[in-house]
Design a binder for this molecule. Structure first.
Ligand SMILES: O=C(O)CCC(=O)C(=O)O
Ligand SMILES: [Fe+2]
Length: 299
């Protein structure tokens, strides 16, 4: 699931004059999508790399990919021109958008030592979840671009095939997971992701292997659930861990996750974050994608 960039492609991308992106509401403007596509399609070996990426995300047994953009980040610096290239790759998968009206398209995930350690930008174990779990239309893809790994060497990413985990559970547990008995978090002023879903079922009524597994293991400690539903959710969380893969994102790695198939999270950062200057701490940039033509494309 690691996709390297052929050196021919790399050298051509370094000089590619992609313009600044424009948004139309919370979505990447059509004019930007088209301009990036036209520029990138003309670069040797781009189309085959984009096809490999799409196959990794949607093909049998797939669901996530890591594009290795580290040498590009090295030669270009991880500034705006690099972010345009990463957005160009993302736009080959689906339409980039920002659900948060007051945030830029790429949202910072830094490290905050005072935050709930288990939540985004916290220093602890970030348990398996899909992003925007309590929206009726979670983003089809979540993407994380690594600008700086943890200088102390912690925080590997974890990924797990959600439908495979569900398939290992008993029928009784699956029945409980299909009940609208779960809730998590707050929902305020979000765009392009539908309405608040509260309470929600973890499994929707679609056939096995299809639909979102609408789950966050963070609810186990932070939401009040009935004992039976809490037990079912705990079993799912355990199966996700049993099936997990884990790896460290390096500078310039671009992790793209198909939220219909794979749940993600992150192991704890290394201890001692307090003494790392804020400017040296781990930094990811997050971008969400919406599949064109799918429900929820309209702003
Ligand atoms: O820090 C990470 O690697 C993952 C963060 C994450 O999943 C999130 O903020 O939603
Ligand atoms: Fe996440």
């Amino acid at each position: 699931m690691f996709i390297g960039i052929p050196s021919e492609l790399e050298s051509a991308l370094i000089d590619l004059p992609l313009p600044a992106w424009k948004l139309d509401g919370s979505f990447l403007a059509k004019s930007t999508m088209e301009r990036y596509r036209t520029e990138l399609a003309a670069v040797p070996r781009f189309e085959e790399t984009a096809a490999t990426l799409r196959h990794a995300l949607t093909g049998e047994g797939g669901g996530y990919a890591v594009l290795r953009l580290g040498r590009l980040a090295e030669s270009m610096g991880a500034g705006d021109r690099f972010l345009r290239l990463a957005a160009g790759f993302a736009a080959e998968v689906a339409v980039p958008f920002s659900p948060f009206p007051n945030w830029p398209m790429w949202k910072d995930i830094g490290v905050k030592v005072d935050k709930d350690p288990g939540k985004s930008s916290g220093i602890g174990y970030n348990a398996f979840h899909i992003d925007l779990v309590n929206a009726t239309l979670p983003p089809d893809y979540t993407t994380l671009l690594c600008i700086r790994p943890d200088p102390l060497g912690g925080g590997p990413s974890i990924l797990s095939d959600a439908h495979a985990a569900v398939a290992r559970l008993s029928e009784d547990t699956r029945v409980l997971l299909a009940e609208a008995a779960y809730h998590y978090g707050t929902f305020f002023d979000l765009h392009g992701v539908g309405e608040e879903h509260k309470p929600f079922p973890i499994l929707d009524s679609s056939e096995p292997g299809a639909g979102f597994v609408r789950f966050t293991a963070k609810m186990l400690e932070r939401s009040e659930l009935s004992p039976a539903h809490a037990d079912a959710a705990t079993e799912l969380a355990e199966e996700l861990v049993r099936g997990q893969v884990s790896f460290m994102l390096e500078r310039g790695d671009y992790l793209i996750v198909n939220q219909h198939r794979v749940l993600h999270g992150r192991e704890a950062l290394h201890s001692g974050q307090e003494i790392v200057p804020v400017a040296d701490r781990r930094l990811l940039l997050q971008l969400f994608l919406r599949t064109p033509g799918g429900a929820g494309t309209a702003v």
